[in-house]
Design a protein around this ligand. Sequence first.
Ligand code: GDP
Length: 315
Amino acid sequence: MNLPERKGFLPLQNEKLRNVAIIAHVDHGKTTLVDQMLKQGGVYRENQAVVDRVMDSGDLERERGITILAKNTAVHYKGYKINIVDTPGHADFSGEVERILKMVDGVLLLVDAAEGPMPQTRFVLQKALELGHKVIVVVNKIDRPDARIHEVMDEVLELLLDLDATPEQLDSPMLFCSGRNGTASYSPDEPGTDLKPLFDTILNYIPAPEADVDQPFQMLVSSIDYNEFVGRIAIGRIERGTIHANQEIAVCNYHDPDAAPRKAKAVSMYQFEGLQRVPVQEATAGNIIAMSGIGDVTIGDTICAAGAVEPCLLY
Ligand code: GDP
């Protein structure tokens, strides 16, 4: 397999890691496709019921009546781990969209083969393009009797042009999927037989995360989850360094950069496996992790190694 060319720091273990986000209009089939990826990707076991609507739950979300949280899933394929991050369906929270997209190195733009691209996904796609992310276009639901695949391909290209995509982004790979049937194809005119083309394109086209493991630990909090047992859970991609369970950390407040960083401890850390979070003792740069133990953590905070406080001033 030809791995994409890249510069910068690439920890060895990240060669087998891909971080991608899905951009999709509601009902274009994101949940169904991710469920199929889980089934075909090896993590899913027959005796483990796939929870329906993987990416659509979230109490905080429901409370606020709007999708603002990233939901993370991880699938395995050929020894690679693919972290899949959901993006908000609404575009009102610019900073939050950017923080979520900062976790990944590429996006899947999922478009219904009958409906075509919808204006609501424009904003998130624009942010992804501005960040220079690689794009894989997934024309989905090609099994629909009213699918108009070739027109939708043109509409996606027009949209990319309109959003000032780079020549490389305009030349993004396009795949033709039926999430419902669990198929992907490189050709608009022939249905596939499984999702292999989609997995292979993610592995080949999206670069592995670059990150410097030798620097002190730093992580930008891209989203927050909540669990009644452990309280608030900070989710983000480790920008650099390594963190160990129970390590002393310092939390820089995004809303009050002049405030002294709060001392805390990384009480528990998790990585994503399938639909679950699995506890880990150590995590390194490039990975997306969840961390509990910081009571008042908020989106945009930077978590640093104690003694190496340096907030992410990304936005
Ligand atoms: P989401 O809102 O993007 O997560 O979309 P869902 O995965 O929940 O799918 C929305 C609707 O489209 C559901 O009724 C699905 O059964 C249907 N659907 C999903 N994938 C496909 C597909 O590949 N083909 C067809 N024909 N329908 C699909």
